[in-house]
Structures are given as structure tokens and as C-alpha cells.
Design a protein around this ligand. Structure first.
Ligand code: NAD
Length: 276
């Protein structure tokens, strides 16, 4: 794939790895992130490595900022071939401890960050008549219901269903734009420290969580630190796009968890606790 790729949440982690993979494939890049300093450093590093690249500080939960990102990308490079709505944040709490501010922040970034991008970019991508692709980063938490992750699970399930619906909307119109959803298992990034970029509600005091939730938070930190490298998730995404696959799972054992959830539903069983 050549042309311009726009990637949100691209200053570090999986988004940066997707940008590096796109650059390696010769794509021009527009990177967006809420963290202006880290974004600047990532753009400088990729430019030094030879990429044709721009960065724009963007809070994806704000529709007007995502509109400005789209206007910038189309005016700078004339078209967009690949959109990856990747920015996301995690909040580890059971539902009864999840505050209105937690919901606003997590849904704002994880769900509206995706829907803002689809609304801002797709009309022009479709009108161009050129082939293209849109992907969103959900999670295995979009296919399973992890304990102590209420808002995160809800936001990622929402992203999966939005992208499935989008696939149908594009297909029934015979559009040349493909869609996919990236559902990583644990990836070694700073996702467990998401509150560093928090934009809504009160920052969580981990010591205020109940002991079970505190243990879960510790387990999430450990699982993330032992996760796959971001570049492996990025490679999985591009391989899936090349092979026209929709659901992009990054871990060999992910499918058994999904199968067990669907079997529980069909067999009218209570949900099995799946460990990733
Ligand atoms: N790391 C994992 O184990 C894992 C697993 C499944 C899914 N994911 C998903 O992968 C995506 C990328 O996360 P990551 O693991 O690379 O984490 P990360 O924290 O390393 O990177 C996330 C990036 O998003 C940016 N960001 C945060 N809020 C933003 C906002 N409002 N607007 C724009 N940018 C914002 C951050 O500054 C950061 O650069 C997220 O959607 C996350 O939910 C991660």
C-alpha cells in the first residue's frame, strides 16, 4: 500500500509501531497524539529516517480537533489512503467504582476517538473514488469481558461493533474502502499508565480501589510488561490488510477465549473467566 497514512495515538506504543511499519512500506504519514512533546520527538525520528511526515497535536475525544486533523491531512497530502484510529486509554476498575468522569474519559477517547475519525475522514476518502482502508484499534477486551475493566470493555466492544457495521455499510455500497479492527492481546507499551494523559474526571488513586481491583491492576501491569512488542502488533495489522482479513488478532491463544465466550452464550452457561 502506498499513499498517505493517518494514525492517531502515534507518539508511542502500538501507534508509533504502525507508523514505522507504514513508513517502511513507503507511505507518507500524518501522526496525531495528545502528547505534543512525544509526538514531536517521534515525527523528528521518523523524518530523520527518511519518512515524509507531519504531526498534529490532537485530542481525539474532541470532534473539532479531529476535523482539523482531517483538514490538515487532506490539504497537506491531497488524499488519505489509510486511516488508523488507534488512540486509546485504559481504566482498571469494577463497574461500581467507575465514576462519571471515568466513563466520560474512556468513552471519549476509545469510542468517540474512533467515531470522530470515521466521520471526519470517510466522506472525503469515499468521494475521492480511490481505494483505501480504515482500521480501529479495539482490544481482546472488545471480544471478551475482562474483570475490573468495565469502562474499557464497554468502549472496546463498542469499537468492534462500530467497525463491523462500517464493514457492512461500505460493502453494501460497493465502496473501494476496506475496514478492519485490531484486537491485540497484551502488548508491551505504557497503556497501564494511561492516566498520564487523562482529560476528563478525577485521576484514579489506586490505593482507594478495593483490594481485588488493586490486585487486578497489578496483574494488568505485569501482563502488559510481558506482552508482545508493538512492532509485532503493527505487522499483524498490515498482514491482515494485505490479506483482506477483518478481525486482526495478535496472539495465537486469543481465539480459544472468543470461542469459549460464544459457546457460553449459545449453551446458556454463565460466563467463563478467560485469562489472556
Ligand atoms: N498495550 C496493550 O496491551 C493493548 C492491548 C489491547 C489494545 N490496546 C490498544 O492499543 C491502542 C494503543 O495503546 P498502546 O498500548 O500503544 O498504549 P500507549 O499508552 O503506549 O499509547 C497510546 C497513545 O495514545 C495517546 N493518547 C491518549 N489519549 C489520547 C487522546 N485523547 N487523543 C490522542 N491521543 C491520545 C497517548 O499519548 C499515547 O501516545 C489503544 O487503543 C489501546 O487500548 C493496547
Amino acid at each position: 500500500m502506498t499513499g498517505t497514512a493517518v494514525i492517531t495515538g502515534a507518539a508511542e506504543g502500538i501507534g508509533r509501531a504502525i507508523a514505522e511499519e507504514a513508513a517502511a512500506r513507503g507511505m507518507r504519514l500524518v501522526l496525531a497524539d495528545i502528547d505534543a512533546l512525544r509526538l514531536e520527538a517521534t515525527v523528528a525520528a521518523l523524518r530523520a529516517a527518511g519518512a515524509e511526515i507531519e504531526g498534529l497535536r490532537t485530542d481525539v475525544s474532541k470532534a473539532a480537533e479531529v476535523d482539523a486533523l482531517a483538514a490538515f491531512a487532506f490539504s497537506r497530502f491531497g488524499g488519505v489512503r489509510l486511516l488508523v484510529a488507534n488512540a486509546g486509554v485504559a481504566c482498571a476498575k469494577p463497574v461500581w467504582e467507575t465514576t462519571p468522569g471515568d466513563w466520560e474519559w474512556v468513552m471519549g477517547v476509545n469510542l468517540y476517538g474512533v467515531t470522530n475519525a470515521l466521520r471526519a475522514f470517510l466522506p472525503r476518502m469515499l468521494a475521492s473514488g480511490e481505494p483505501g482502508h480504515v482500521s480501529a484499534t479495539a482490544s481482546m477486551a472488545g471480544l471478551l469481558s475482562l474483570p475490573s475493566m468495565a469502562a474499557y470493555n464497554a468502549s472496546k466492544h463498542a469499537v468492534v461493533t462500530v467497525m463491523e457495521g462500517l464493514h457492512h455499510d461500505l460493502t453494501v455500497r460497493g465502496a473501494k474502502i476496506g475496514a478492519s479492527v485490531l484486537c491485540p492481546g497484551w502488548v508491551r507499551t505504557r497503556i497501564a499508565l494511561s492516566e498520564r494523559n487523562r482529560t476528563a474526571g478525577e485521576v484514579t488513586r489506586p490505593e482507594a480501589l478495593d483490594p481485588v481491583a488493586q490486585k487486578m491492576v497489578g496483574a494488568v501491569h505485569q501482563a502488559v510488561s510481558q506482552g508482545i512488542e508493538p512492532r509485532d502488533a503493527a505487522k499483524a495489522l498490515f498482514t491482515a490488510i494485505d490479506e483482506k482479513r477483518f478481525y486482526v488478532l495478535t496472539h495465537a491463544n486469543s481465539r480459544s477465549g472468543v470461542k469459549s465466550r460464544l459457546e457460553d452464550i449459545l449453551a446458556d452457561r454463565v460466563p467463563t473467566l478467560v485469562r489472556l
